[in-house]
Ligand binder design. Structure first.
Ligand code: GUN
Ligand code: ZN
Length: 434
């Protein structure tokens, strides 16, 4: 199998940076090389050292002076909301009803779902995102289209068909039984096939009957190696409605707890208005809160307490939440995340922590750090190439940049897909020219 060697400035994290001046959590190689074979990284080091080991047919791609980093990981987004992004709505529940459910209803049409899947992954790869954790619509066709398109691109993705059997139009819904049966079939077809993994996906308590959450709990017991994803404590009206629908639950998280849906592989989108008991249960079960800053701003949902949850031991993930979220870019997600956290008691998202978060941090939240997020030897060769001078304004700002942390902060605040010069998936260049 042919080797590829990517040359550039290599940056990767091996631990969570503990403070702004913590230089011990990352490795940086000024003139580095990543050697790739069979989709895996087989060596990483100084170009001068590795050059002598290259096979004679090895293709060298010189990306200097760009940065090579692990591909970005987006841990919460909605595949059938590519035509929902930027839709007017007062707040969560009416936005779902007026825009989201009608758009998702169209994904019963396999041809529509397949066309949208192409655009979805084209866009994400152009933004440097190589792993997605996505919700489908309630239709099996949506998850089939998502996984099939990801498989064509050999991407490591997680996803699932949404389970939702009430409080939504029938054409956007399933039933407790069909949700169970379709999920079962999708797990058989896709979980562990190539790089795909399945997430059992009850949308949230409002749109699932007790019978459906029972079925989701049964699926979780029958498939403990699958992920579970849902939403929690995003919006005050959502919390009130949940309380009315599940009056016996101690709180919102108590609903999911009751049906056996919590654990280290459970991803809880938003987690903005949590009660102390909920935080305790989330930590005890190892469930992961997912911060979605652009969505939280767009829908006016609230401010995520990153430092508070981290101090309690939560392994937080970060995500775009397309289409409540307003940008496909994980870089722009970090930009808005920086501002959201500044408003939450002056929390500061330092660039080391930010770049750790969307690579190794998200991989740790998914339990996939042996496969993605590090550029370690033996891991999968998902790599993003970043140009810190991609726009005239960035180039001008970079003239005065003195440190790596400063450069990363410029990328965090100013960059988007224009800074992503290439995205490699399992060693293959995947970014299409615009
Ligand atoms: N809660 C339940 N469904 C959704 C969704 O599609 N987007 C957001 N932001 N919150 C949700
Ligand atoms: Zn969501």
């Amino acid at each position: 199998m042919a080797q590829t060697c990517l040359r550039g400035r290599i940056l990767a994290f091996h631990a969570e940076p503990q403070s702004p001046d913590d230089d011990s959590a990352h490795s940086y190689i000024e003139d580095g090389a990543l050697l790739i074979e069979n989709g895996l990284i087989i060596a990483r080091g100084d170009f001068a050292d590795l050059e002598t080991q290259l096979a004679c047919d090895c293709a060298i791609v010189d990306h200097r002076p760009c940065l090579l980093m692990p591909g970005f990981i987006d841990t919460h987004l909605h595949f059938p909301q590519v035509q929902v992004i930027a839709s007017w709505g007062a707040q969560l529940l009416d936005w779902l009803e007026n825009y989201t459910f009608p758009a998702e209803a169209r994904y019963s049409d396999a041809a529509h779902a397949e066309r949208m899947a192409v655009h979805f992954f084209d866009e994400l790869l152009s933004q440097g995102t190589t792993t997605t954790v996505a919700y489908g619509s309630a239709h099996k066709t949506s998850a089939d289209a998502y996984f099939a398109e990801a498989a064509r691109r050999n991407m490591r993705v997680i996803g699932g068909k949404t389970m939702m059997d009430r409080n939504a139009p029938p054409e956007a819904s399933d039933t407790a039984q069909s949700g169970y049966d379709d999920t079962k079939a999708l797990i058989a077809d896709w979980h562990g096939k190539g790089r795909a993994l399945y997430a059992i996906t009850p949308r949230f308590a409002i749109t699932s009957s007790p019978e459906q959450l029972e079925a989701a709990g049964a699926l979780a017991r029958e498939h403990p190696d699958c992920f579970i994803q849902t939403h929690l404590d995003e919006n005050l009206e959502e919390i009130r409605t949940t309380k009315a629908l599940y009056p016996d639950a101690p709180d919102y998280l108590g609903v999911y707890e009751h049906y056996g849906l919590l654990g280290p592989k459970t991803l809880l989108g938003h987690c903005l208005h949590m009660r102390p008991r909920e935080i305790g249960v989330m930590i005890e079960t190892g469930s992961k809160p997912v911060f979605c800053p652009t969505s939280n701003l767009f829908l006016g949902s609230g401010l995520f307490d990153y430092e508070g949850l981290r101090a309690r031991g939560a392994k937080c993930a970060i995500a775009t939440d397309i289409g409540g979220g307003t940008s496909y870019s994980m870089l722009q997600t970090l930009n808005e995340g920086y501002k959201v956290l500044a408003l939450k008691d002056g929390q500061k998202l330092h660039p080391y922590r930010a770049f750790y978060w969307m690579t190794l941090g998200n991989a740790v939240a998914l339990g996939l750090e042996d496969k993605i997020g590090t550029l370690n030897v033996g891991s999968e060769a998902d790599v993003v190439v970043l140009d810190s001078t991609a726009t005239p304004a960035m180039a001008l700002r970079m003239e005065t940049c003195k440190t790596l942390a400063e450069e990363l902060f410029i990328l965090q605040i100013m960059a988007d897909d224009r800074s992503v010069t290439q995205t490699y998936v399992a060693g293959e260049p995947m970014k299409k020219p615009r």
